[in-house]
Design a protein around this ligand. Structure first.
Ligand SMILES: [Zn+2]
Length: 371
């Protein structure tokens, strides 16, 4: 899984006793993969460990749907990430939000309320390879489309992501995952206010789960799909509703999860970008908007631009610095670099308005630093 363009960072040299041979050879692996044989516990070996870990985060991903007629990208989606894979691959680990099941045919389309505009997605399983090739390591499956094809869809999604070595979490049947990176145990989970998802609105439950997960990993990443839609780009510090649905108090949720042990939080759901803050040394992005949403999503105005967020932390998940890479979607859902950098000024403005107390600085070129 090494890529030659991974950033070379300052290395801390430590002497580890009884190190597992598999983690030395391949330092990036989902935890559920069988490990190779271990060296004898009496052996010693020098391993160079990084002192900085880098992460990329993006918001909604929906690569096209074959449900209710084919609406799939040209060239069967093979070029979807051609304009952005260099950025997604340039960090150690990369995460996003998978909006809809990976399933070729069948499934039980979700029940929709009578009279509501009901949209159900179904993305072919072969598209998971594009995610893997673009550099994705983890995906949230807690959102309003995770259950679009019922249990068949959820099972197929899990199996497909397993086969591609991508970790995931956020539903009651697949709540969280762990992976190993550079001798660190990375935990991942996700929440949403939707059916079958770990409930964003049950903050006590979420807090207990996050505490439990943090007890058994080094860096815990928490994703949430919440907040209103319809251009709702502010974080109101109270419960938000949309179409009579409780979309959560994302401010209370995010800060409570940091208090409980989460190290990085990335949100999405409003289809537009929201502000960012550093709270108790940990990074929170409240909405990363639409990243790669082919065909079925409006890409008008702020919905067609989004940050590709890159965060650098120490080995305890404390925020060190970061970058916003400005992205726009072209041709109904192909993410590319946005030369106008518009989303950077959007994040600057919203972060200042909503988190005036935060020590996070955002430069005009998208550099993220703390005072
Ligand atoms: Zn959604």
């Amino acid at each position: 899984m090494f890529s030659p363009d991974k950033k070379i960072q300052k290395l801390a040299v430590v002497l580890l006793m009884a190190v597992s041979f598999s983690s030395f050879i391949c330092n990036k692996s989902p935890e559920n993969n069988p490990t190779d044989k271990n060296l004898s516990t009496t052996d010693s070996i020098t391993v160079e460990l990084k002192d900085t870990i880098s992460f990329s985060f993006v918001g909604d991903i929906m690569m096209g749907s074959n449900h209710n007629g084919n609406d799939l990208p040209p060239n069967d989606g093979k070029d979807l990430y051609a304009g952005v894979s260099q950025y997604l691959e340039s960090t150690d680990l990369t995460f996003g939000n998978l909006e809809g099941p990976l399933l070729d045919k069948g499934g039980t389309p979700k029940n929709c309320r009578p009279g509501s505009k009901c949209i159900a997605f179904r993305t072919p399983v072969r598209y998971a390879e594009y995610l893997k090739d673009a550099g994705f390591d983890g995906l949230a499956i807690a959102n309003n489309h995770a259950n679009d094809m019922g249990e068949t869809g959820r099972k197929s999604t899990a199996k497909t992501l397993d086969e591609n070595g991508i970790i995931y979490g956020g539903t009651y049947d697949y709540p969280y995952s762990f992976m190993k990176y550079d001798s660190l145990k990375i935990g991942f989970t996700a929440f949403a206010p939707n059916v079958n998802c770990l409930n964003l609105n049950d903050i006590d439950y979420a807090k207990k789960l996050v505490q439990k997960l943090k007890d058994s990993c080094d860096i815990l990443i928490v994703s949430f799909h919440g907040g209103a839609e319809g251009g709702a780009n502010r974080v109101p510090r109270r419960n938000e509703t949309y179409l009579n649905e409780n979309r959560g108090d994302v401010f209370k949720f995010a800060r409570t999860m940091i208090d409980a042990g989460a190290d990085i939080i990335y949100g999405h759901g409003p289809h537009v970008t929201r502000g960012m803050e550093v709270y108790k040394g940990k990074f929170i992005a409240y909405s990363l908007g639409n990243f790669c949403t082919y065909g079925k999503f409006s890409l008008a105005g702020e919905q067609g631009i989004a940050p590709l967020l890159q965060i650098y932390t120490d080995r305890k998940g404390n925020f060190l610095y970061g970058d916003i890479i400005p992205i726009k979607q072209i041709k109904r859902g192909f993410p590319v670099l946005d030369e106008s950098s518009k989303v950077i000024s959007t994040v600057q403005r919203l972060s200042k308005l909503d988190f005036p107390e935060s020590k996070l600085n955002i430069s005009d070129s998208g550099k993220l630093t703390v005072n």
